[in-house]
Design a binder for this molecule. Structure first.
Ligand SMILES: [Ca+2]
Length: 187
């Protein structure tokens, strides 16, 4: 047996062992249309948007005057229940459009964890432009049912979809194909 063949056998054996032990766990992408929530309460609401994925988004309408709400006081939330197929560390992304620096956030609450603010920069040039925004915190989740709340934080932002994935390196660019098989319907 030459050295090259030996190396190949070693690599194949190592890969087989890794697969057998689950070290290369399945990459899961749970993609949910924001409007496919179980429940939604004001001031969060659904709205038609022909350019959005699924033709709908969720949003907080602009207040007049804008930016006078008290941040972190929940005035409305959208609720989702999902079935996570495999345990692991999961990363949350929102496909969002921000209004301005006082309309560029939601709060995301996963199960009983404290809410985490999903927010990002916005300029006059990219006001209400759709972009994927990653939540700064990740979550260790068991396989099975989990509750996700998207909560109002400010007036003016919109959300088209959200993504929960155990693929740390995945960076979404545009709207993704929804995976309704992970959504638990309202009982
Ligand atoms: Ca949508």
């Amino acid at each position: 047996m030459n050295a090259c063949k030996q190396r190949t056998i070693l690599v194949v054996t190592a890969l087989s062992l890794a697969l057998a032990s689950g070290a290369l766990g399945a990459r899961t992408r749970i993609v949910v249309e924001a409007e496919k929530c179980q429940t939604i309460t004001p001031k969060l609401e659904k709205a038609k948007d022909p350019k959005a994925s699924g033709g709908e988004v969720i949003l907080v309408k602009l207040n007049r005057p804008h930016g006078t709400g008290v941040k972190y006081v929940v005035e409305g939330e959208a609720k989702y229940v999902i079935n996570v197929p495999s345990a692991g560390r999961y990363y949350f992304w929102g496909f969002v459009a921000w209004y301005d620096a006082c309309g560029n956030s939601f709060n995301i609450k996963v199960d009983d964890n404290p809410p985490v603010t999903l927010e990002g920069p916005v300029t006059d040039e990219d006001k209400w432009a759709w972009r994927w925004q990653k939540l700064k915190q990740s979550f260790q989740l068991t396989a099975g049912k989990h509750t996700i709340l998207v909560q109002m934080a400010e007036d003016g932002p919109k959300m088209d979809q959200w993504l929960l994935t155990n693929d740390k390196r995945f960076i979404p660019v545009r709207a993704l194909k929804p995976t309704p098989q992970y959504l638990v319907p309202k009982q």
